[in-house]
Design a protein around this ligand. Structure first.
Ligand code: G3P
Ligand code: CA
Length: 244
């Protein structure tokens, strides 16, 4: 069964990567919730996609140059969407607390945003924070940064790890063959535009493309038995999956 992974939560009506978006993802019965992690100036892990807060809040500046208190003075929004004054950028702890309260039993996909910025020690910090909460659900670590994946493999050998990538390169294939990571998460737009790469992905398995928002792409991946798909169109993907 193709897992449906809610990209940044389910955020059609609320800001991405916020507690209301995660609540909406739970309400849809998505199989997994995907989040993005950065670190503030005063060392808090926060759930936000960009390295700057400008697109998804009414504030300005780099996450790493602002304290948590500064970031949480701002309202949140989706790109060009309305501001939600009572919804702030959540910390990683906020989400883990929320999932514990909800007795979450599905999967949390944690993207570590070390592809553009260096956050020394963030991998251990994530593992330590998770350990405090003793999650009774599955966790997947993903990143575009292969060094981050390598660090997770060393620190947590049994954890599930996925390589985010635009295309499935020989380097990525070798990495998986070596056991550096378990799954490959490629860009659907690249995957479908290169038929040989699509055929390879279908054959080797353990592939969950992103961001699969178009009906025809969702249908094709589900029919072809892909392990999962990461999507903003969570309800449509679930309805389609359940109808096939
Ligand atoms: O989960 C895949 C996807 O989140 C990667 O791209 O930029 O949305 O984090 P991005
Ligand atoms: Ca992401």
């Amino acid at each position: 069964m193709t897992e449906v992974i809610a990209h940044r939560g389910f955020h059609n009506h609320v800001p991405e990567n916020t507690l209301p978006a995660f609540a909406s993802a739970l309400a849809t019965n998505a199989d997994a919730i995907e989040i993005d992690l950065h670190r503030t100036k005063d060392g808090h892990l926060v759930i936000i996609h960009d390295e700057i807060i400008d697109r998804t809040t009414n504030g300005h500046g780099f996450v790493k140059a602002l304290t948590l208190a500064q970031i949480q003075t701002y309202a949140t929004r989706n790109t060009n969407g309305p501001l939600f004054y009572d919804v702030q950028v959540p910390t990683f702890r906020d989400l883990l607390t929320y999932l514990a309260e909800k007795n979450f039993t599905r999967t949390l996909v944690i993207e570590v945003k070390t592809d553009k910025l260096n956050y020394p020690g963030i991998e251990q910090e994530i593992l330590d924070t998770l350990a405090e909460f003793d999650p009774q659900y599955s966790v997947i670590f993903q990143s575009f940064n292969l060094n981050t994946l390598h660090t997770f493999r060393e620190l947590a050998p049994t954890a599930e790890i996925a390589a985010l990538t635009f295309i499935i390169t020989p380097k990525v294939l070798m990495g998986r063959r070596r056991g550096d990571f378990d799954y490959i998460h490629p860009d659907i737009t690249k995957l479908k535009s290169i038929p040989l790469m699509y055929a390879l992905a279908k054959r080797i398995g353990h592939i969950r493309p992103w961001n699969v928002d178009q009906y025809a792409d969702q249908q094709r991946l589900i029919r072809d038995g892909f392990a999962g798909l990461i999507t903003n169109e969570v309800q449509k993907a679930l309805a389609l999956r359940d109808s096939i």
